[in-house]
Structure formats: C-alpha cells, structure tokens
Design a binder for this molecule. Sequence first.
Ligand SMILES: NC(=O)c1ccc[n+]([C@@H]2O[C@H](COP(=O)([O-])OP(=O)(O)OC[C@H]3O[C@@H](n4cnc5c(N)ncnc54)[C@H](OP(=O)(O)O)[C@@H]3O)[C@@H](O)[C@H]2O)c1
Length: 325
Amino acid sequence: MKAVVITSPGGPEVLQLQEVEDPQLKDDEVLIKVHATALNRADTLQRRGLYPPPPGASPYLGLECSGTVESVGKNVSRWNVGNQVCALLTGGGYAEKVAVPAGQVLPVPPGVSLTEAAGLPEVACTVWSTIFMTSHLASGESLLVHGGSSGIGTFAIQIAKYWGARVFVTAGSEEKLAFCKNLGTDVCINYKTEDFVARVKEETEGKGVDVILDSIGASYFKKNLESLNYDGRLFVIGTMGGAVAELDFRSLLGKRQTVQAAGLRSRSPENKAVIVREVEEKVWPAIVAGKVKPVVYKSFPLSEAGEAHRLMESSNHIGKILLVP
Ligand SMILES: NC(=O)c1ccc[n+]([C@@H]2O[C@H](COP(=O)([O-])OP(=O)(O)OC[C@H]3O[C@@H](n4cnc5c(N)ncnc54)[C@H](OP(=O)(O)O)[C@@H]3O)[C@@H](O)[C@H]2O)c1
C-alpha cells in the first residue's frame, strides 16, 4: 500500500508518499480501507520528532480515519466486510489501509458523508472523555474553550451547547470568532485584543466559568485558575503555550478547584474502547440529529500531506483539515 512516511524529523517537506508493507491484522482488529484521514496538531509534533508513536503503534501519522472494512480478525463479531466506519487510531491513518482494535471503530453517523466522518473520532473522543466524562460539565454550567476555532474547539462548542452549557471561547481573529458565534458560542473573546480573565469575570458577575478546556498549558495556567468559579474544573489537553508552570495551592484550596490533564493516544485499547462506546451512545445521536456537525476547512490528496501540515501550522484554518488517498 501507499503511506505518508516521515523521511527524517523536520518541516512539512519531509513527508513523502511511499510504497510500504500492508499492516498485519491481529485477531481483535479490523482492517480498514481508508477513505479519508484528518490532521491533528499532534501530527505536526510527531513529524518534527517531538511526539514518538507509543510502543507497538504504526510508525505512520494519522490518529483517525474513515473507510470501508476490508477484513476482520477472528475475534471480531460486531463489524463485517463492507461496513462503512470511522475509527480512533493510535497512528497509521495517513495510508491506504490501517488495522485498528475493533473497540475503536464507530459507525459513520447517518447524514454525515464518509469523507467528513474522518474528522470526527479524535475530536469527539477527546472532548467527551475530558469535559464530560471527567469534568462532568452539566446543563446550566458554563464552559470556556481556548482555541475555539480549532478542530477540538469547533466540536466542543457544538456538543457543549447541545448539552445545555453556556459557552465562552477565545480565538485569535474576528473571523474565527464570528465562526464560533455561528456555531452557538455565547461569549466570544479575542485574546489578542482583550484580557480573557477580565471578560470572563465581567460576563459571569465576577464568579468565573465552571469548566475550562485548555490546550495552551503553562502560559494560561494562572489566568485559567483566576477565570474559574468555585468548584471549577480546569482540563488541560495541550501545551501549545508551554508545559511547566507554578501552582499556588491556596488558589485551589480557597475555591475548591480541580486541575486535570490527559492525553488520548497513550491510553490502552481497553480504555479507548470505553470512551468510544460512550461517544457512540451520547455524542452520535447529537450528530445524527444534525445538532453537531463536522466542520471541515479543506481536503488535500494524501500526496500533499506536507501542504496540509503547512496550513495547520499557519493556524489560518477553522475546524478540521482532511487528507484523501
Ligand atoms: N490531550 C489530548 O488527548 C488531545 C487530543 C486532541 C488534541 N489535543 C490538543 O488540542 C489542541 C487543539 O488541537 P487541534 O488538532 O484541534 O488543533 P488546530 O485545529 O490546529 O487548532 C489549534 C489552534 O489553537 C490556536 N492557538 C492558540 N495558541 C496557539 C499557539 N501557541 N500555537 C499554535 N496555535 C495556537 C490557533 O488559533 P488562534 O488563531 O485562535 O490562535 C490554532 O488554530 C492542540 O494543543 C492538541 O495537541 C489534545
């Protein structure tokens, strides 16, 4: 098969489509003929040699895909050859074929095209496993999402609105904020022209928000705690603004705040399967009902993966960037 290979750690130009060995199917896996895959910010780190695949994972990029089941391992009962599916991967999506544990496979939601479905598993599983399964965002509570126009952000806005939360976002341009507003965001904050802490306080009568989904990390840590309400929960999923910060425990003590962080990729297949099944039960109905829609900015052929990475690193996109073999 063909797959995008990282010829050496570096810039987008190191990505090359090459002929490689087909993946070997294990008994509890499904082999998918890839119809489309989607970029994630982590792919750009892996390309630069800063985010190596976990042991046993495919050496190729790609944390999600859609496609058609080509064969199934002997322990797999739910999926059959010919099923149209999408899947949460530990790697290997930038290829014509990928093998994935059956528990990480989802049906394509009716009403969503097979191409668009490629961009759903990573955002749905990340957002659901963090702010819902762990931070227990409830109807009537407020959520602040940093990077509202990101793949993660555009999904988080929609599913949080669907579950009845008041949604705040930060983003770096008025165009991105207008897009977030159209997705249902209640409070749009341009972090380049406004102090988000002051604006959050102003919009919440000085209380702060109940939950924050943060991909910035260290540079926002103190400001995030200042923006949180009593019993507030901060969930960190990225470190685009640095990884090491200082914590004054008195802030947590006084306001009974919780700080958590988690990555999806390093979880065990069993752990991922639990998340995937909850996503199918709790998130898929919102997509089928048309209340949560995939947000696709642009699709590239697999041979232009480098161009797609350039676009992601420019941060000019809104939502997901797809690759189609
Ligand atoms: N922990 C997990 O399991 C998990 C899973 C998936 C994703 N993530 C993380 O979630 C974040 C979003 O991922 P994504 O794939 O949705 O990203 P994405 O679509 O590439 O969007 C990232 C956006 O963040 C904003 N941003 C703010 N500060 C930035 C900075 N210092 N450097 C670069 N961008 C900055 C940019 O928009 P502005 O113009 O508004 O600045 C950019 O468009 C990433 O940090 C990613 O690693 C974590």
